[in-house]
Design a protein around this ligand. Structure first.
Ligand SMILES: [Fe+2]
Ligand SMILES: [Fe+2]
Ligand SMILES: [Fe+2]
Ligand SMILES: [Fe+2]
Length: 400
């Protein structure tokens, strides 16, 4: 991939936005925290601007499996009693640490719920024992929560609300830094306005000093694999699903005679095919019984979200229709577009078989787990209806 770091920042931004989808409304929580934290860091941590920007985007990634979005819990007591909530700073930091160039961001994330007076979590650190980046994230996170109060706060109202937390939640210094920043030009109004937030995020990405990904061992596949794990974590039953679909897609592509480079591209499409699931409520993904019509409607949106995510990333644009087409059926009865036959991109037809094969051979709440022989029988039976016969034939031969 040509510009690794651009790819990296676009992918992270796209995924963090999707994590913030709530009942089909984009919350922009991660984006607003990232923009604000980066702006604050310009003054006191300029050398870590890029790290804190990513920390802002990813700070709540460990809370992805929460049934409701983490930003809804404003009461700190709730954070101590809800185990997923209590552990999310650690979990987020653990995920981010797997992308080795972001280890500084990971340390910041670890401390983003610590409070100046020691009443925060997970470690109950106090004062300057708290990572400075973590302190910046704390106030940015709180700002975003206060920015959702209805009717919206004025600048003065915001200052008063923040002032009530100085000395307990954050230090005087951090508070003063926030106030000075909010008073700069029109910054307060810009950051309050969700549309302006969306415009700003890509301007920042373009202007930030990039993280040197070329000199470190992390390659794009590694980054994608981390995200594949995050996508699968949304769901209780899908550990390893994205990775296996990627692997099966690659195997089928090779067996169908596609060139190595193209098979590798399809593998990437496989890792990310269910990215849109991060935007589907977990109670639907994990529902043990059949879905209601409305629930199924939401479930069927996930390939659309996948397409939305991938189209935000320049270097993944060629994969949009492939990843987004994994639930299309050869006979036209699939979703989201009801395409049929050759109108479905070949890559998507391959992935449809890979995806179904893994779904059937894995434990899922709504169906019995099949072994390889039973699964291949189902694939054979549905060849020409659900599946492209050419792909089905190869799958029966080469899948494990
Ligand atoms: Fe958080
Ligand atoms: Fe947050
Ligand atoms: Fe899917
Ligand atoms: Fe899938």
């Amino acid at each position: 991939m040509e510009d690794k770091s651009r790819f990296f920042s676009e992918l992270i931004s796209a995924l963090s936005l999707m994590m913030d989808l709530d009942e089909n409304r984009k919350l922009f929580h991660a984006w607003r925290v990232a923009i604000l934290a980066e702006r604050l860091a310009q003054k006191i941590l300029p050398e870590y601007r890029t790290q804190i920007f990513y920390a802002g985007l990813l700070h709540d990634i460990g809370a992805i499996s929460l049934p409701e979005h983490v930003v809804h819990y404003t009461d700190i007591k709730e954070h101590f009693t809800n185990q997923i909530l209590f552990k999310h700073p650690e979990k987020s930091a653990h995920i981010v640490r797997q992308i080795s160039p972001l280890f500084i961001a990971a340390d910041m994330i670890m401390d983003h719920h610590e409070q100046w007076d020691g009443s925060g979590y997970p470690r109950g650190l106090a004062g300057n024992n708290i990572n400075l980046g973590g302190q910046i994230l704390r106030i940015a996170d709180t700002f975003d929560i206060l920015a959702r109060v209805k009717p919206p706060l004025s600048l003065n109202g915001m200052k008063t609300s923040l002032a009530a937390r100085r000395g307990t939640e954050f230090s005087d210094l951090i508070y003063e830094l926030m106030v000075t920043t909010l008073e700069e030009g029109d910054f307060f109004n810009e950051i309050m306005d969700e549309k302006a937030v969306a415009d700003k995020i890509f301007t920042i990405i373009n202007g930030l000093p990039s993280i040197d990904l070329n000199s470190c061992r992390t390659d794009t596949e590694e980054i994608i694999m981390v995200f594949a794990k995050v996508i699968d974590a949304k769901h209780s039953y899908t550990a390893g699903h994205s990775e296996r679909v990627a692997e099966y897609t690659y195997m089928l592509a090779k067996a169908l005679g596609l060139p190595e480079a193209e098979a590798q591209r399809l593998k990437v499409a496989g890792y990310l095919h269910d990215a849109g699931k991060v935007a589907v409520p977990r109670y639907i993904l994990d529902k043990p019984g059949p879905l209601t019509i409305d629930e199924f409607k939401l479930m069927k949106r996930h390939p659309v979200y996948t397409m939305e995510i991938l189209s935000m990333v320049n270097s993944l644009k060629d994969l949009v229709v492939i990843s987004g087409g994994h639930h299309e059926r050869y006979d036209g009865a699939g979703y989201p577009d009801g395409l049929s036959g050759e109108a479905i991109p070949f890559g998507a037809r391959i992935m449809a078989v890979a995806d179904a094969y893994d779904a059937m051979t894995s434990r899922r709440p709504y169906q019995k787990q099949r072994n390889s022989i039973e699964t291949k029988e189902v694939i054979e039976k549905n060849s020409g209806s659900q599946f492209d016969p050419r792909v089905a034939k190869v799958a029966i031969k080469v899948l494990p």
